[in-house]
Design a protein around this ligand. Structure first.
Ligand code: HAM
Length: 424
């Protein structure tokens, strides 16, 4: 609560942001753990870049014509007059970090991952937030289309471990610097014929970068774009060959996919392979993950000529389609009566915690009945009862809350029981 002219009023969280509450965090940690486990299984290492970056980083990579840069960035001027942006995506940060830290000189595999928050000032709706989280992976220096297929296979492995059913893989090629200009020329002339019928935003895109018209979500623009030429019909021999071999590796992995010729992804840096995995369970914002190849970014940033490919998965969207599998916490609630017993309980909790057993103590000086009912409410697995008599004898009562079985013992005996049950 804050006081202002009108008295006290509550402060709400920022629109489009969400608190991840303790009862949800267990599921987040479990899914994040699965992501890390799978990524590391394929040789990825974590790289943690800052949330704040120079605005120019995204302008020069994500792209001056992308919706992300033109409309969605959280940008501000810092006290030294620099333009700073809360990262809307992670890929440009990894590329910057590799160049700045000269990671390309190291023998480590150039495979990096990261899980963390991103920021986009988009219209919030189900599955679309202003602060959201991505699990992002990037590979550098692998030209072979086998890697394009391997990262999709890795995503499928993760989704299948998380029991995400009905995910559909969409693939396309967006060509390269050699074949795209010819395609854009043809696209421009086709767009020109229907320009008046496009929304104001797409009319601007028609001049700046007509490829971005395919990102428009308005039904009229979508319908019109169906008649536009398809980039896969304009690929140069190298892109064509890459796309063909990429698909043959997907077949090798037995990954079903659909070619989606209008999938151009909303970001300007892609070359050759572009893909998305969507889920029918997600509604309008149906992409669980999206990615592709970006062979020119490192060079364009003044680094070595090293190609890149990767994807980012929306964690909120992923969590909304995974089967929850929260494990109930296994913990001991210590009940005590009197000051001596309180100190004994504190000592016992310290002893059990050394063995990684979770203990909960509360300091409210309530009676036995109240403490037991509190333990029940918290769904404690065990209750340890400590009174003056127990302290004097050094023997305590341990109650299994599931079976109601009660055992007596000194702390070593009770530890043995607790550890035996812990692993079950
Ligand atoms: P993106 O398609 O912009 O790609 O985002 C990737 C994923 O992040 C989406 O498929 C979606 O699941 C999630 N996402 C995006 N915006 C939001 C939002 N406002 N709210 C909730 N979830 C969202 C990229 O960001 C590229 N950096 C991916 C990449 C990596 N390409 C190559 N390497």
């Amino acid at each position: 609560m804050i006081e202002d002219g009108q008295g006290k009023r509550a402060i709400s969280g920022i629109k489009g942001t969400k608190d991840i509450l303790p009862n949800e965090v267990a599921e987040w940690q479990s899914v994040e753990g699965r992501c890390r486990g799978i990524f590391e299984l394929y040789g990825y290492r974590e790289l943690r870049a800052p949330i704040l970056e120079a605005t120019e980083l995204f302008e020069r990579s994500t792209g001056q014509t992308s919706d992300v840069v033109t409309k969605e960035m959280y940008t501000f001027t810092d006290k030294a007059g620099r333009s700073i942006t809360l990262r809307p995506e992670y890929t440009p940060s990894v590329v910057r970090s590799i160049i700045e830290n000269r990671l390309f000189l190291q023998p480590e595999p150039m495979r990096y991952y990261y899980i963390g928050p991103m920021f986009r000032y988009d219209k919030p709706q189900k599955g679309r937030y202003r602060q959201f989280h991505q699990a992002d992976i990037e590979v550098f220096g692998e030209k072979d289309p086998a890697i394009d297929a391997e990262i999709i296979e890795m995503a499928h492995r993760l989704l299948s471990e998380l029991e995400v059913a009905d995910a559909v893989t969409l693939v396309n090629s967006v060509g390269c610097q050699n074949c795209r200009p010819g395609y854009l020329e043809e696209l421009r002339s086709q767009v020109e014929r229907v320009r008046e019928a496009l929304c104001a935003d797409c009319q601007r895109k028609a001049v700046a970068n007509p490829l971005r018209i395919f990102d428009c979500k308005l039904e009229t623009c979508r319908k019109l774009s169906e008649s536009f030429p398809r980039i896969i019909d304009f690929l140069c021999a190298e892109c064509e060959d890459h796309f063909k071999r990429f698909r043959s590796y997907l077949d090798f992995y037995k990954i079903p996919y659909r070619i989606e010729p209008r999938l151009v992804r909303g970001l300007d840096y892609y070359t050759k392979t572009a893909f998305e995995i969507i889920s029918g369970k997600l509604g309008a914002q149906n992409a669980i993950l999206g990615g592709g190849r970006y062979d020119d970014m490192m060079r364009q940033f003044g680094g070595p000529d090293i190609c890149g490919i990767g994807f980012a998965m929306g964690m909120e969207r992923l969590l909304s389609v995974v089967k929850p599998r929260i494990q109930k916490r296994n913990f001991i609630y210590l009940v005590y009566l009197g000051d001596e017993a309180k100190k004994a309980a504190m000592g016992l909790a310290g002893y059990f915690r050394k063995y990684r057993l979770e203990c909960v103590l509360e300091f409210k000086d309530k009676g036995l009945k109240n403490q037991l009912s509190r333990a029940n409410k918290l769904e404690a697995s065990w209750v340890l009862i400590i009174g003056d008599e127990e302290v004097a004898k050094g023997r305590f009562q341990l109650k299994n809350m599931k079976t109601a079985e009660q055992r007596e013992g000194n702390r070593e005996e009770l530890l043995k029981i607790l550890l035996e049950n812990q692993s079950r």
